[in-house]
Write a protein that binds this ligand. Structure first.
Ligand SMILES: [Mn+2]
Length: 355
């Protein structure tokens, strides 16, 4: 890629929680290592002096500390993307702060149309089974159906997508959406659970049916590390053979959180199990490599336990094989339960018919 092309391309990161500072640092370090030629703009209003000094070591990264008005958390995405497109960048990549790069993602662009709107595929248990429902719930006409539920952890948008981003921003700023965000996550209506459900509504609407949408796929392009089984056996074997994908997304609980934070969400054996899975996560594996190599002041905890070391030894130190036996058993139980439930349901239906 020539320099001229690169000046038209930017990575956009925006985070407003100081609790996620270490993740922003790691993402910055991984971008500078694998994509040092891409201009990267980080908007991080809680930046401390220490954070500013840290970021200065990366010539491709620009730090901004003015918050986007009226938004917080994941709802900032369309506004952040629009602001960089308005500055003249032709193509902007949004990357969530809970993602770390393991290599240059541009190597994975083969097969994608250069003008497509790119998002990522959701974890396996969030497969697409409610096509068009989100769109109809927003009162829009359905224009097409997507092959996967979109996850907005990574988005590639270009100047042709400005009207889509503007509409997305408008819906995220609506009063109905804002009041839904005050409800607990799982009691919110499906079309308003988070920013990406609103995005899915628009991508399936007739108004934006002209937008061609492509997906970064699980396994090959991204690890959606949400819970133990979401980095599946199949994906693990693929990554063992062909290497880690460029994007590793640490969804849900984070390996950089203190135990007390995790304990507020999960307790008892689940706390122990999930903490173990965070310790052996591929995110942790990649993050740990920054601890004493070219970054000294990261403060990455990377705490191991006896069980995590044992699993790592069994997994030959490979991030994809580490934890595989547990994931195999967990998946077997999980999918057997789903299978049995569906058998019982079908039986109940046929019983109703017979009567
Ligand atoms: Mn995320």
């Amino acid at each position: 890629m020539s320099n001229n092309e690169n000046t038209m391309l930017a990575i956009c990161i925006a985070e407003d929680r100081s609790s996620e500072e270490i993740a922003v640092k790691l993402l910055a370090a991984s971008i500078s290592k694998h994509c040092p030629d891409i201009k990267t703009i980080i908007t991080y209003p809680p930046a401390t002096e220490n954070f500013k000094i840290y970021i200065r070591q990366f010539p491709n990264i620009e730090l901004r500390t003015t918050a986007f008005p009226g938004v917080s958390g994941w709802n900032v995405k369309p506004q952040a993307l629009l602001s960089l497109l308005a500055e003249g960048y032709q193509e902007v990549w949004w990357i969530d702060s809970d993602i770390i790069l393991s290599n240059d993602f541009r190597n994975n662009l083969e097969g994608f149309s250069s003008s497509a709107f790119l998002v990522t595929e959701e974890p396996s248990n969030h497969a697409y089974d409610r096509c068009g429902e989100r769109t109809k719930s927003w009162g829009l006409e359905v224009g097409k159906s997507l092959s996967f539920s979109p996850n907005s952890g990574v988005i590639r948008a270009n100047i042709k997508h400005i009207s889509l981003l503007e509409k997305w921003k408008e819906l995220l700023e609506s009063n109905t959406y804002k009041s839904s965000q005050r409800e607990p996550f799982y009691t919110r209506p499906l079309h308003m659970r988070s920013d990406q459900d609103v995005l899915a509504s628009l991508l399936e609407s007739r108004d934006f049916a002209w937008v061609s949408v492509d997906f970064f796929r699980r396994g090959k392009d991204i690890i959606q590390y949400f819970g133990p089984i979401h980095y599946s056996v199949k994906e693990r074997l693929h990554n063992f053979l062909f290497g880690l994908p460029p994007f590793i997304h640490s969804q849900g609980l984070k390996p950089w959180w203190d135990s007390s934070e995790i304990q507020k969400i999960v307790q008892g054996w689940e706390f122990y199990y999930k903490t173990l899975m965070l310790r052996i996560s591929p995110y942790n594996h990649v993050a740990a490599s920054y601890n004493n190599s070219f970054i000294k002041d990261l403060g990455w905890k990377n705490t191991h336990s006896f069980s995590s070391i044992l699993l790592s030894v069994i997994g030959l130190g490979n991030p994809s094989l580490t934890g595989l036996p547990i994931v195999f058993v967990h998946s077997l139980i999980y999918y057997s339960k789903i299978f049995i439930k569906s058998c019982i349901r079908n039986k109940a239906i046929s019983f109703k018919f017979e009567r």
